[in-house]
Design a protein around this ligand. Structure first.
Ligand SMILES: [Zn+2]
Ligand SMILES: [Zn+2]
Length: 166
């Protein structure tokens, strides 16, 4: 969706609200496509002393399989939008991933929402930030509590310990 901005282009202080929904179900994450629900975005574009600043948020519920504990999960996520819209991208040295070019007098909301979403996603898909994962020995999901595995001593250390005890 294109958001027309011609009416605030030359009008410092003016704002245009926006609200949209973008389909990112083609977004691949590892071997999965976790963004099965539409990604909604809302906020406003404000002409701040001649600079078009877009603020708002994107949100959705992702349905994935945790990279660490292999459990299926649903997780609501929300990312802030805080980007600058420019008529021309500055030269590469000043390039900033949070600056987007305008399409004529309009902002390409689909492109902005997709980019903000992708750049904010963590590199791992986790059921929760502090997922404990699985015990590498018994395979128990450590989010459900500690497992009964004892930390066995390395046999070399055990031998050394015996020597020291003598
Ligand atoms: Zn997990
Ligand atoms: Zn264990």
């Amino acid at each position: 969706m294109l958001l027309g901005l011609s009416k605030i282009m030359d009008c410092p202080g003016a704002t245009v609200p926006f609200s949209t929904s973008v389909d990112l179900s083609d977004l691949q994450y590892g071997n999965s496509f976790p963004v099965t629900e539409p990604v909604t975005a809302q906020g406003q574009v404000r002409n701040t002393a001649g600079v078009l600043v877009m603020t708002g948020s994107v949100r959705t519920t992702i349905h994935g399989v945790c990279d660490r504990c292999a459990t299926e999960f649903d997780r609501e996520i929300e990312f802030p939008i805080d980007v600058v819209l420019v008529t021309e991208l500055a030269n590469e040295e000043n390039e900033d991933e949070w600056v987007f070019p305008l399409e004529g007098d309009s902002a390409d909301l689909d492109d902005i929402v997709r980019t903000v979403f992708v750049l904010n996603l963590d590199s791992k898909l986790l059921c929760k930030e502090d997922c404990q994962g699985l015990c590498c020995r018994c395979g128990k999901n450590l989010n459900d509590g500690p497992c009964s595995c004892q930390k066995e001593l390395d046999p070399r250390f055990a031998a050394l310990k015996q020597l020291l005890e003598k």
